[in-house]
Design a binder for this molecule. Structure first.
Ligand code: AMP
Length: 425
């Protein structure tokens, strides 16, 4: 079977790597892909913001399965469009992807179905916002309704700064797009867990849990990024808590979407805050996370294509996924200056030596192949990922491989997994 993957980052590299291991897969095509993905897939250009271009490509390639990586194609309705043309595609339809594409929809949905989440208000004007803000105590969380590539959440130290943030969102000065709805949220405290599951519209199958590191600086300081690293261990969510999250969050979400006539088929990514009053939903994503996918797929010990097809066919209840016990960790190497301005086109060296470290795969987030030389092509450049029987060993392997790699200005955090390591006796 030929598999088409839409996307160009580390998540798609990990998906391509995992799919290529399936005995049923004869060819992997990635659009547009990147320099690293080109080592495991045939890369073809496409604009991920152009629905018609993606549809034309899929019609020309006629893959047996299409996997949608990022959120923008989902928000444009790529799944609806490919299904209409009789193509098999893994991901939620546009109406179901609203769990991610509209934070106002997600909050109202959570409330309708009594699924635990922070108290909130959805406001459509500044007048409404100023009235609602009186009911919240600082710190206050202000969120853009729409997709904002991780930049749409502002934690405000006072009501006044919350008002200024909302003004910036409504006026379009903060994110460059005018928001028509702004969400105010109660500030929650606790550890964050990324709880991803596959959903076939009726049943859910959890993946192993993960925790990412959003801040650029060590000890979680400095501006937010797309994610500087992630780790996954068995201990981060015990079986009883996993069961609780399934019963009270993932399953009611999937059954609620089905009841509302928009069944959710795809990856339901629940961003959870483990608070004193139990796990609360911070956000949903309607797709695999990046860099969570890089770490999670290294722990997958069964066929990814079988699982994705079971979700499409409504057979998840009869399908199991096997996971390697222990841990995986992914450390991101980024360009100097990221998440601000950075240079691209800088030669990358040492990848062959890094790949020789046992249990390591280097997934490319932003690289390009220019005249046979791999060069940097993004803010996040590489995700050095390792699997091992313990988190300590997985991190040691990832950092050992990182030592082999070089490009001008390369930056990475040295403290990935620090919260889990500190907890150990
Ligand atoms: P989101 O895109 O909604 O997950 O928000 C991005 C990040 O903002 C989360 O990973 C949290 O670290 C933080 N965040 C979002 N909502 C809240 C909240 N209600 N309380 C505290 N932190 C939050």
């Amino acid at each position: 079977m030929k598999v088409l993957i839409l996307g160009s980052g580390g998540r798609e590299h990990a998906l391509a790597w995992s799919v290529a291991r399936s005995e049923r897969v004869t060819e992997v095509v990635c659009a547009p892909g990147n320099g690293g993905i080109a080592q495991v897939a045939r890369c073809v250009p496409v604009n991920l913001k152009d629905l018609n271009a993606m549809v034309r490509l899929a019609e020309a390639e006629q893959p047996g399965l299409t996997i949608v990586g990022p959120e923008v194609p989902l928000s444009l309705g790529i799944v609806d469009a490919l299904q209409e043309r009789g193509l098999r595609v893994f991901g939620p339809m546009r109406a179901a992807a609203m769990l991610e594409t509209s934070k106002a929809f997600a909050k109202q949905f959570l409330q309708r179905h009594s699924i635990p989440t922070a108290n909130y208000a959805v406001c459509t004007t500044m007048a409404e916002f100023e009235k609602a803000i009186e009911f919240f105590h600082a710190p206050i969380v202000v969120k853009a309704d729409g997709l904002a590539a991780g930049k749409g959440v502002i934690i405000c130290a006072s009501r006044q700064t919350a008002i200024e943030a909302a003004q910036g969102l409504f006026a379009g000065t903060l994110l460059g797009v005018v928001e028509h709805q702004v969400v105010i949220e109660e500030f929650l405290q606790g550890g964050e867990i990324s709880f991803l599951c596959l959903s076939d519209g009726k049943h859910v199958t959890p993946l192993v849990p993960a925790q990412d590191h959003k801040c650029i600086g060590e000890d979680d300081t400095g501006p937010n990024t797309g994610g500087m690293g992630v780790y996954s261990t068995d201990e981060m969510l015990d079986p009883a808590m996993t069961e609780w999250v399934l019963r009270h969050i993932a399953e009611p979400t999937v059954s609620g979407m089905a009841e509302e006539g928009t069944p959710f088929i795809g990856v339901l990514y629940c961003g959870l805050m483990m608070t004193a009053r139990g796990p609360q939903v911070l956000e949903f994503n309607a797709r695999f996370g990046d860099p969570e996918t890089q770490a999670l797929l290294m722990r997958l010990d069964s066929d990814l294509v079988d699982a994705l097809e079971a979700a499409i066919d409504g057979n998840l209840a009869e399908t199991s996924m096997r996971w390697t016990p222990g841990a995986a960790a992914c450390v991101i190497a980024s360009s100097a200056g990221y998440p601000g301005k950075y240079k691209t086109g800088l030669p990358i060296s040492g990848l062959a030596a890094a790949a020789k470290v046992p249990g390591v795969e280097v997934f490319h987030s932003g690289s390009a192949l220019v005249d046979g030389q791999l060069v940097t092509a993004g803010g996040r450049v590489l995700g050095v990922t390792a699997v091992a029987p313990s988190l300590e060993e997985a991190l040691a392997r990832a950092y050992q491989a990182m030592e082999e790699i070089h490009f001008e200005g390369m930056y990475f955090r040295h403290d990935i997994g620090h919260r889990a390591l500190k907890k150990k006796p």
